[in-house]
Design a protein around this ligand. Sequence first.
Ligand SMILES: *Cc1c(COP(=O)(O)O)cnc(C)c1O
Length: 426
Amino acid sequence: MKFEDSLKFARQLDRTDPLRSYRSSFKIPKIKGKNSVYFTGNSLGLQPQSTSQYIRQELDDWANLGVEGHFHAKRPWLYYHRLAKKSLARLTGARPSEVVAMNQLTVNLHLMMASFYQPTKSRFRIIAEAGAFSSDQYALETQLKWHGLDPSNALVEISPRAGENTLRTSDIVNTIIKNGDSLALVLLGGIQYYTGQFFDIKKITAAAHNVGAIAGFDLAHAIGNVPLSLHRDNVDFAVWCSYKYLNAGPGALAGAYVHEKYAHDRTLPRLAGWWGHDEGERFQMKKGFIPMPGADGWQVSNVPIFQAAALLSALELFDNAGMSALRKKSVQLTGYLEYWLQKINADNRYFSIITPDDPKQRGCQLSIFMKGHGKKISDALLRNGIITDWREPNVIRAAPVPFYNTYEDVYVFATTFKKEIDKLKW
Ligand SMILES: *Cc1c(COP(=O)(O)O)cnc(C)c1O
């Protein structure tokens, strides 16, 4: 599409946007009494209007039924984890039996590695991206040490080439080949949180399998942002959080995916709890752990119902809108933001966009690496009612989310950004 720089044009796109009605399904934070331009759905998604009803239902059922709510609540608590399965399966491109909502992201990462990272004397290395999110780095470091391994030898970190911002798939694949027989696990983000790069999950998984390694992905920035096909891509395991693009609220109930080929594998080591035990005899309190088939067998504790209720309210919106329609708008909305940024930065003086320019290699977020004044501009945007996300040392992350952001939001962001740039000396 050929974009134009007028407010009229932005509003025209909003009027003809097939998803325009969804904005009113969310609570838009206000600044100085006015709707903010909220470009931080990559960090904490907005609250669906329906979330409070979903949680209130559980509060009422608890008040009225007490422990009987496990069986007689409107959505019986005993089987609550089943309710998110179909929606999560659609979002991840998996079978319902391959996904489960549970715990928090980093906890799930540890649980998955307990099963899928089994180093031996010869095969023990893990490949990850240099500059992975801190929590993932800590998880990797401490898993290695827990197995008695030295991260400086066992952890292989891939960096962009000198002068480049993102990883080349060929470099990832070649690093996998090079580590060959010593490689146990490849663990990458689906979308890199800092650069916004969407990795080629299918190719990376195939390369890992070719050398006999496991492929796992952290989908924190990918789920609800880009379409995924974990089952078809043969991914072994994946984890995600639900408070970013899934809009399930601060500290929301996270999730995990385990490929069907492991569904009945009772030999895999696990860190188990009663909620992963065979449902038929869970309350017999017997000795001897028997995992439920599929991803459910990795559950540990019983379900935090209020968090799960919030997740259901958020997933319902995804079921209604559909990921393919969201992605379609997302590509255009982020394309419009990119058009504006290129216009403002015609001589490359003020910043560079470190997110790939190919829409297939990114989600909705653009990471703007400022060549100066970054924090000052980020603060000025906030004073103007625009919430973006500042990342040291010099990056403003802007994520127009197709569910609740508008083309007019992009227009307001871009014109304010330009105004603030023009105020400063360069
Ligand atoms: C947001 C995010 C996390 C946060 O971890 P929690 O366990 O949810 O606190 C971890 N890793 C990545 C890549 C993230 O983007």
